[in-house]
Design a protein around this ligand. Structure first.
Ligand SMILES: *Cc1c(COP(=O)(O)O)cnc(C)c1O
Length: 361
């Protein structure tokens, strides 16, 4: 079965260049967590390093170590750790460890080898990172460990909530104060970073010394405003596997949410919610076949969807494109997101392991 996510690595390289220009050439950490948002961590990592990414970012250490095992030598930061994770392999693999609170720092300092850490402050998002009460303790302890040669503090960083200009300004101010406190404790972090794609593009004051770029590199916008020059990198498609002619008033898919209104042709496309299509997009999401865009008829099933193609001459083997680059006539991940009441991030990231990744470029 050739359910396929074709990933255009040239588009990914070109998106990085477009983002670099749009962010005044601020050095970039490209975020390749969650299998590079579904695009394939190793091929994407290699492509963006070639294209000038200074750093790679992953959530889990295991994701970073997978890149190392594949021979990716670029600097990597990983920041989301289980309480009992073993930091030694990360230290040995030269993976920078994001550290969010004092006990975590102690575990890193106690692990064998000298770790490179990047201290994370919570500037307001309410997720990971030391809050104001823990930050002084964290930077002072880190400075002491650094003096003792147990670790090196390479960076200080935080993450924006994208909650509007006022919230951005408040987070930038909190972050700047935290940075000053770190310096006052004797730290001289060489990397200072706050912004992801949205901040990097929309809030120049949030760029500091590096921006962390995820969604934009994959060619999608972080919000409702399109970003000029980006090319969606993933095209999800599958062959039509069955075609049948049916009369009017024929029910389609579970529950008969859809009924044909005239004699018509139904095309069966073997991609379903097991492959990451959101079932909540049933009835509204687009599929293009032979250059025409249709809506999915009835419910998205685990393995398949049905498309009512009317009297169009669709045959078994014709390729159905669920989403891709609208400039090439494909429906967009954004349209899928709108149909499902979600965001484009989720549409691409959830594409599952049953879908073969193929690479171009
Ligand atoms: C996922 C993530 C990013 C990338 O965000 P985008 O909106 O995809 O650019 C950056 N930083 C952190 C901490 C993240 O978790």
């Amino acid at each position: 079965m050739t359910r396929e996510a074709l990933v255009d690595l040239d588009a990914i390289r070109s998106n990085l260049a477009v983002l670099s220009t749009a962010t005044a050439a601020t050095p970039a950490m490209v975020i390749v967590k969650a299998n590079a948002y579904g695009h394939g961590a190793v091929p994407v990592a290699r492509a963006v390093v070639e294209a000038g990414a200074a750093w790679l970012g992953t959530a889990d250490l295991a994701e970073a170590l997978e890149l190392r095992a594949a021979g990716v030598a670029a600097p990597i930061l990983a920041w989301l750790h289980e309480p009992d994770v073993d930091f030694a392999p990360a230290i040995e693999g030269g993976v920078d460890i994001g550290v969010s609170y004092p006990q975590q720092l102690e575990r890193v300092a106690a692990a064998s080898g000298r770790a490179f850490v990047q201290l994370k402050v919570d500037s307001g998002l309410g997720r990971n990172g030391a809050d104001a009460t823990q930050w002084l303790e964290l930077v002072e302890a880190a400075a002491a460990h650094q003096r003792a040669g147990r670790l090196v503090v390479r960076g200080v960083w935080s993450h924006l909530a994208n909650a509007g200009p006022e919230a951005d300004a408040a987070q930038i101010a909190t972050f700047t104060e935290a940075l000053e406190a770190a310096r006052a404790a004797g730290l001289e972090p060489e990397l200072v970073h706050l912004a992801a794609t949205a901040g990097a593009l929309r809030v120049p004051a949030s760029r500091f010394g590096m921006v962390r770029l995820g969604i934009g590199v994959y060619g999608l916008s972080p919000d409702d405003t399109p970003v000029p020059g980006l090319t969606p990198a993933m095209t999800l498609s599958a062959p039509v596997v069955a075609v049948k002619h049916v009369p009017a008033n024929h029910g389609v898919s579970y529950g008969f949410d859809y009924r044909t209104t005239a004699p018509t042709t139904l095309a069966l496309v073997p991609v379903g919610y097991a492959d990451g299509l959101p079932r909540s997009a049933s009835g509204g999401a687009p599929v293009a076949i032979n250059g025409r865009t249709y809506r999915i008829a009835g419910r998205i099933a685990m393995d398949q969807v049905v498309v009512d193609v009317g009297d169009a001459p669709v045959s078994v083997g014709d390729r159905a494109v669920l989403f891709g680059d609208p400039a090439m006539g494909a429906p967009s991940a954004d349209e899928w997101a709108a149909a499902a009441g979600t965001i484009n991030y989720e549409i691409v990231t959830r594409i599952g392991p049953r879908v073969a990744r193929r690479y171009r470029g």
